[in-house]
Design a protein around this ligand. Structure first.
Ligand code: GCO
Ligand code: MN
Ligand code: MN
Length: 388
């Protein structure tokens, strides 16, 4: 019987801002005391996480002096040594401070754009020092309420200029650091540029160093847009761009709820975990989620353990799916191929075209074949519901 305990192989990580979330929302203040970064690291060590990620200002205040930053880093590093936690990813807060009210890299104010770049490179220096090999960029305020304020193509150009600048900085410093862009359709802006993972993937190819830049898809963000998250992840993987992943959960059409992973859409999450495990994704499985506002810190630990445990359960279910004789037999039947068209597998050739031209297809006969997807899905559901 598997224990479903988290293993280091899965690289389960949490942001300081996730288990450190105090339950503040637009309608109410905090319901939990703010923990220090050291306390959060200890909590994550206790629940068995692999690592901790952070925004610069989760770790040190935006106006901290260099001496204050040094002291905070010393304490943080000590907590990392005590718990064995790693810091695989770092990121910058480019959205909370009022200076970012109209965006950071895409702000209409050149001073804000410059300040944003300065904030990122300072934060990168610290992230690399803490061992991060991945830097996430989420453009929370990179958008508009009114398109009268900015030309969207100019905004893309500003975004591109900023990313090109940061890539050159990384190269010049000799850092072993890759960037992962995180898409979100809206919230906190009415519209955020590059709203989906697919949009990010297209944009990356317009950069000077596309090889340094990948994506960080988040379940909630694609669900807000009503999209199939596993499909977005598969496209990112296929493009060699799945550098990181933000796991959480929620239904479609809502604000960014950041629920415990696997707490809402079981079937979708199953196919997501199955995909990640089947292809051998080896990056961090990062939880960008937080506990219900009803919880105290015991509840926060339940939340964090639950995120990892559900992943491990779905992983085991994926293993069972791959070994289930009836399911596999159905899949074989569905994918049956007599090889008569293997001449098309090698791609285009004039020989293939002439063979294709001369073929006669039994259009009616082929379309009459039933596909046993109902049985396949029912078996999948029974497996997930624990009766298989
Ligand atoms: C959100 C985002 C953020 C980012 C984080 C790391 O909707 O608030 O998901 O939590 O993931 O800023 O870049
Ligand atoms: Mn989010
Ligand atoms: Mn996120």
């Amino acid at each position: 019987m598997p224990t479903y305990d988290p293993t280091a192989e899965q690289k389960f990580t949490f942001g300081l801002w996730t288990v450190g979330n105090t339950g503040r929302d637009p309608f109410g203040g905090p319901v939990r005391d703010q923990l220090s970064p050291v306390e959060i690291v200890r909590l994550l060590g206790e629940v068995g996480a692999y690592g901790v990620n952070y925004h610069d200002n989760d770790l040190y205040p935006i106006d901290a002096t260099p001496a204050e930053v040094d002291q905070i880093l010393r304490d943080f590093k000590q907590a990392l040594r005590d718990t064995g936690l790693k810091v695989p990813m770092a990121t910058t807060n480019l959205f909370t401070d009022p200076i970012f009210k109209d965006g950071a890299f895409t702000s209409n104010d050149a001073r804000v754009r410059a300040y944003a770049l300065q904030k990122v490179i300072r934060s990168m220096d610290i992230g690399v020092d803490l061992g991060a090999a991945l830097y996430v960029l989420w453009g929370g305020r990179e958008g508009t309420e009114t398109d009268a304020s900015k030309n969207p193509q100019d905004s893309l150009k500003r975004m591109r200029d900023a990313l090109n600048f940061l890539c050159e900085y990384i190269i010049e410093q000799g850092y072993d650091l890759r960037l992962a862009l995180e898409a979100k359709p809206n919230e906190p802006r009415s519209d955020i540029y590059l709203p989906t993972t697919g949009a990010m993937l297209g944009f990356i190819n317009t950069l000077d160093h596309p090889e340094m830049v990948g994506v960080n898809p988040e379940v909630a963000h694609e669900h807000m847009a009503g999209l199939n998250f596993a499909h977005a992840v598969a496209q990112a993987w296929d493009a060699g761009k799945l550098f990181h992943i933000d796991l959480n959960d929620q239904l479609f059409g809502r604000y960014d709820q950041d629920f415990r992973f696997g707490s809402v859409m079981i079937k979708q999450n199953f196919f997501l975990v199955k995909f990640l495990e089947d292809v051998g994704y080896s990056g961090s499985r990062h939880y960008d989620a937080h506990a219900y506002r009803t919880e105290d810190y015991e509840g926060v630990k339940d939340f964090a353990r639950g995120c990892m445990r559900t992943y491990m359960i779905l992983r085991e279910k994926a293993r069972q799916f791959n070994q289930d004789a009836e399911i596999q037999a159905l899949l074989q039947e569905i994918h049956a191929d007599d090889g008569a068209h293997s001449y098309l597998n090698g791609g285009y050739s004039s020989d293939a075209v002439s063979r294709l031209r001369n073929e006669t297809f039994d259009r009616v006969g082929i379309s009459q074949r039933g596909l046993p997807y109902e049985r396949l899905d029912q078996l999948t559901m029974e497996l997930l519901l624990g009766v298989r």
